[in-house]
Design a protein around this ligand. Structure first.
Ligand code: HEC
Ligand code: HEC
Length: 336
């Protein structure tokens, strides 16, 4: 089959799933009306909406905490040290640097749109953003601290005490500190990507090369893993579906075991959360090991180990062009 024409057939394929009969997907009148506006109806990728429901006071307080090095033992490292908004919510290095120059065992993922992830961390070991925060605060190679220490430092700042007393009935506690930071993270949504504008019906929002890239991304099956509002972040999959990435790369570490470290289940060896590809052009280097320096390199790796295909240079360029249309706007949310 001609790969480049397959993607536009996908919506029909969804309707075909039942016994090969050409069934029309069941839609309500309301769905039909809203989908008529979409350039690609029933796309497995959905546009992001502006985040408007969050308590702005909690967001502002959480933002202060996110940038506050008091959360680390020696007051040198804040969350933003490794999740820099100017670097797409990541840090631009293969492995991050924590207190005392320690290095993390995996690459720092972006915090942008992290509220959309169905689980947090590469191996999904934290169920929520609130639970995730325990990780960096305690990790000896990240912030190397503990909540008692953090709370006592934060309580010495009158502005924090006043803000927590105003916003939270119980004042400053572990839970309210986590709630404020997680609320700030949930505000880091990046709507208005050019691809979202295209999905919503503005067919001029992406050019021909980018569109060809989207069609390849669909036809090759990248979209079966990287999908939904986050273009990823909603399932676990093996890294190395076809071939053995880890054997080829060498120097296998415990971090490479992925979800196996969480479940102890052999089937989870080298299984990772499929990462979101929103704003991916901003967050090089790539992969949990930080080994792929460019989008071109990681697209070739994905095609080889997830799909079993060696791509032509032009195909790689088209997919990379498409990936760059997933860069959204942070400013629109009042964040920068
Ligand atoms: C020393 C660098 C460093 C610091 C400091 C740090 N992080 Fe991270 N962060 C990372 C790394 C590395 C990972 C991936 C770890 C893993 O998956 O095992 C990560 C993962 C995350 C994730 C999960 C994202 C995803 O897609 O799974 C969130 C959310 C996050 N950090 C928020 C925070 C917050 C909030 C703070 C401050 C309390 C913080 N980080 C401090 C390096 C850091
Ligand atoms: C079977 C599921 C699956 C398929 C198919 C798949 N991916 Fe991935 N993708 C993953 C997983 C899992 C990771 C994380 C790998 C890791 O580092 O552990 C990933 C990582 C990536 C990354 C790196 C993101 C980052 O922030 O580091 C990019 C870019 C990417 N994929 C693009 C693609 C493209 C393009 C295709 C099609 C050619 C594709 N993927 C096909 C599952 C998949």
């Amino acid at each position: 089959m001609n790969r480049t024409t397959l993607s536009l057939v996908l919506p029909v394929a969804a309707g075909l799933a039942l016994g090969g009969l050409l069934l029309k997907p069941v839609t309500t009148a309301a769905q039909t009306a809203s989908q008529q506006a979409l350039a690609v109806p029933n796309s497995p990728i959905q546009p992001l909406a502006q985040e408007t429901t969050l308590d702005r006071e909690k967001v502002a307080l959480g933002k202060k905490l996110f940038f506050d090095p008091r959360l680390s033992r020696d007051n040198t490292i804040s969350c933003a040290s490794c999740h820099d908004m100017a670097a797409g919510g990541a840090d631009g290095v293969d492995l991050s640097v924590g207190i005392g120059g320690a290095r993390t065992s995996v690459n720092s993922p972006t915090v942008l749109n992290s509220g959309l992830n169905f689980a947090q961390f590469w191996d999904g070991r934290a169920a929520t953003l609130e639970e995730q925060i325990d990780g960096p605060v305690h990790h000896p190679g990240e912030m190397g601290s503990n909540w008692q220490e953090v709370l006592s430092k934060l309580r010495s700042v009158p502005e924090y005490v006043a803000a927590f007393n105003r916003i939270y009935p119980g004042g400053m506690q572990i839970q309210s500190v986590k709630d404020a930071i997680a609320t700030y993270e949930r505000s880091l949504v990046t709507p208005n990507a050019r691809f979202d504008r295209f999905l919503k019906g503005d067919s001029a929002a992406i050019n021909q090369e980018e569109r060809a890239g989207y069609e390849l991304f669909s036809a090759l099956g990248c979209i079966s893993c990287h999908q939904g509002r986050g273009v990823g972040g909603n399932m676990f999959q093996r890294f190395g579906v076809v071939g053995n990435y880890f054997k080829d790369r060498g120097n296998v570490t415990q971090a490479d075991y992925g979800r196996y470290n969480v479940t102890g289940n052999d089937d989870d060896l080298h299984v990772f959360k499929v990462p979101s590809l929103r704003n991916v052009e901003l967050t090089a280097p790539y992969l949990h090991d930080g080994s792929a320096e460019t989008l071109e390199a990681v697209v070739r790796i994905m095609a080889r180990y997830q799909i079993g295909q060696e791509l032509q240079a032009q195909e790689v360029n088209q997919i990379v062009a498409f990936l760059k249309t997933l860069t959204g706007e942070l400013e629109a949310q009042g964040n920068e």
